[in-house]
Design a protein around this ligand. Structure first.
Ligand code: PRP
Length: 219
């Protein structure tokens, strides 16, 4: 009876809108999970259903994905490790999906290297204040002034708002084109699958099979 009920329950995925969601749907398609109505690129719809497989997908802003998963509005989420670290939600991180690879770094002009080395009181501009705080306070034991920005963080040192930035570096071209460089590496990043803690208890078979299938595909 319980088995039957769980077969009828929808499993809901929250995906970070954009490239990450597209990559994830490509990967899911390889293990036989498709969602035809999601393929219409002109659609402004945010929620999509596959009735046969009893799956729902919704597109959320990346930083909100761990929130939906923690509260159980989604059973499963796909989001960057940067967001997982920054949001620090109570979710299980179950799989490194391997794509969306980049690095979280401290960057700035070459001249700022000495300020870091000597643990000077510096200003750090970032979209990721929690990651920056954890790195400077807990790992480096350096007191800094953290300034939250919402994007185009590379502007910070150029317009003298900050000495350095904490930001994602993928190809390094944004830094290069703005006369900045990587000064310290904080951690590697990539897309991860996260799972709601209660969903994991309620639907262990379905979720574990999904993880196994994806892992098999990635290998
Ligand atoms: C990200 C990141 C860097 C850039 C790094 O910004 O914040 O600015 O990409 O990529 P690169 O090393 O390949 O140049 P995003 O494009 O997400 O926009 P944002 O500045 O609004 O955050």
């Amino acid at each position: 009876m319980i088995e039957q009920m769980s077969e009828h329950r929808y499993l809901t995925f929250a995906l970070g809108k954009g490239r990450l969601a597209n990559k994830t749907m490509e990967l899911l398609e390889e293990i036989g999970i498709t969602c035809e109505e999601m393929k219409d690129k002109n659609s402004r719809k945010l929620i999509f259903v596959n009735k046969e497989l009893k799956l729902k997908f919704f597109l959320a802003k990346g930083p909100d994905v761990p929130t939906y998963v923690e509260y159980g509005a989604a059973d499963i989420g796909v989001v960057g490790k940067d967001t997982i670290l920054e949001e620090n939600r109570r979710v299980y991180e179950v799989l490194d999906l391997g794509y969306g690879k980049c690095r979280m770094c401290v960057c700035g002009p070459e001249s700022a290297a000495g300020l870091l080395r000597h643990h000077e009181m510096i200003r750090v501009a970032t979209k990721y204040p929690n990651i920056a705080k954890d790195y400077f306070y807990n790992k480096k034991h350096q007191t800094v002034d953290i300034i939250k920005l919402n994007g185009s963080v590379e502007l910070g040192p150029i317009v003298k708002l900050a000495d350095v930035i904490v930001d994602i570096v993928e190809t390094g071209s944004t830094l290069k084109e703005n006369g900045l460089e990587v000064l310290e590496e904080i951690c590697p990043l990539s897309a991860r699958m996260i799972v709601n803690q209660v969903s994991m208890q309620m639907e262990p078979e379905r979720i574990k099979k999904l993880i196994t299938d994806i892992r098999g595909r990635l290998n």
